[in-house]
Design a protein around this ligand. Structure first.
Ligand SMILES: Nc1ncnc2c1ncn2[C@@H]1O[C@H](COP(=O)(O)OP(=O)(O)OP(=O)(O)O)[C@@H](O)[C@H]1O
Ligand code: SF4
Ligand SMILES: [Mg+2]
Length: 388
């Protein structure tokens, strides 16, 4: 991995996230500025993350949503420089004001676990099958906190109890635990060195809904009890809206919409945010259960991104200008931003097909959209949702 820093003038609040506390002289817990990650180089270069800004305060929960391949895990791994050597990074990742990208190796080791820790995607399968789970929780304590073996074992038992498992389960091997219990063990490991930031990459994928709800409540409880920051990654906007304070929606390596989590979920400004939100029914909202689902077409290949707004081949309300004009995040109402030409500063947004939409037609999907089909989700079509 190659880390280089940008030479651009730092933006004092690149997240554009008004409403976050910003005590004078105190840097936020995490501030990501104009982060790019490119795998490989030359003709095979894959720009997986393309200029992302994020900000997380202590005790704050930020959700990151987006379809498969939009760069969520790449972003998570970049935060602690856990990417393969083929990945080139630019920008800044400031943890308590200190740039992770320029840290010396020794400092980086200290920051991993104690500064920030990650619950990896597919964590249930990443426990070592031949070691007892208590020993696996104790390992970072021995390595990073210089605990004695007896103190590390004791602490491992306490951590298991903290995540709702009896301390005696420390003696179990991973195969003796259920999926939900293994996920709790992974969370206990992430908590071992009292990190100030936890990054949870799809922590509940593959768990049944009851266990998923338990794990989410557990994470929420731990975050509020210990005042740590949380970044939770998921493709499921409903889960994030339920758990997080703020939401960033990624598309093709960029944040295309951000704002208070509930608002983004129930009233997205960006057509992609709308489509993603329509893909997950709202609990207790019958109309959303009958909404058309699915977004026509596939996310673009990062190695061959379309010009202009990268969402334009799938966007049901695209204008001619969208094929050629790249869209930056712009103000989209109080504490909100969206990267769409149809969004204006007072928060107006595309409700259904814009009169100027070049291919607007009855079912909202552009006829030339890759994979367009009759029951395509219609971003913004709340009326259709409630009457269909
Ligand atoms: N080690 C790698 N080398 C080259 N390309 C990679 C590598 N890892 C990921 N990519 C590419 O980078 C892009 C982003 O991948 P990433 O895993 O970050 O997506 P994601 O949003 O986490 O997807 P998912 O929801 O499926 O987990 C994808 O196009 C992927 O193929
Ligand atoms: S209207 Fe244009 S700018 Fe907005 S999301 Fe659709 S294609 Fe992108
Ligand atoms: Mg991923």
């Amino acid at each position: 991995m190659t880390a280089t820093t940008t030479t651009t003038t730092p933006n004092p609040d690149p997240s554009g996230s008004p409403g976050l506390s910003d005590p004078v002289g105190e840097p936020p817990l995490l501030e990501v500025r104009n982060l790019t990650v490119t795998y490989g180089g030359g003709a095979d270069a894959v720009p997986a993350v393309r200029g992302v800004d994020l900000r997380v305060e202590a005790g704050q929960k930020l959700g990151i949503a987006g379809e498969s391949g939009c760069g969520k895990s790449t972003l998570a791994l970049a935060l602690l420089r856990l990417l393969p050597a083929t990945a080139k990074l630019t920008g800044e990742i400031l943890l308590d004001g200190e740039d992770v990208l320029t840290m010396k190796w020794g400092r980086l080791r200290a920051v991993r676990w104690a500064g920030a820790s990650i619950v990896f995607q597919g964590a249930m399968h990443s426990l070592n099958a031949v070691h007892r789970v208590g020993d696996q929780i104790a390992e970072p304590l021995l390595l990073h906190s210089k605990a004695t073996p007896a103190a590390a074992r004791r602490r491992a038992g306490e951590l298991l109890e903290q995540v709702g498992l009896p301390a005696a389960r420390a003696q179990a091997y991973p195969h003796e635990l259920s999926g939900g219990q293994r996920q709790r063990v992974m969370i206990a490991m992430a908590l071992a060195c009292d990190p100030r930031l936890i990054v949870a990459d799809e922590p509940t994928t593959a768990l049944d809904v009851m266990i998923q709800a338990q794990i989410l409540r557990l994470i929420e409880q731990l975050v509020s009890d210990q005042n740590v920051g949380l970044i939770m990654i998921s493709h499921d906007l409903a889960v994030l809206a339920d758990t997080c304070d703020r939401l960033s929606v990624m598309y093709a390596g960029r944040v295309v919409e951000e704002g208070p989590a509930r608002q983004v979920y129930t009233d997205a400004r960006h057509p992609y945010g709308k489509a993603l939100s329509a893909a997950f029914p709202r609990i207790g909202d019958l109309s959303s259960r009958h909404a058309p689902r699915g977004l026509p077409g596939d996310p673009p290949d990062p190695a061959a991104l379309p010009g202009g707004c990268t969402f334009h081949p799938r966007c049901p309300v695209a204008l001619d200008v969208c094929d050629t004009e790249d869209q930056e995040l712009r103000d989209a109402g109080a504490e909100r931003r969206a990267a769409c030409v149809l969004v204006d500063v007072d928060g107006a947004h595309p409700d259904g097909a814009h009169p100027d939409a070049k291919d607007a037609h009855a079912d909202g999907a552009r006829p030339d959209a890759k994979g367009a089909h009759a029951d395509a989700a219609q971003p913004g079509d709340d009326e259709a949702r409630s009457t269909s």
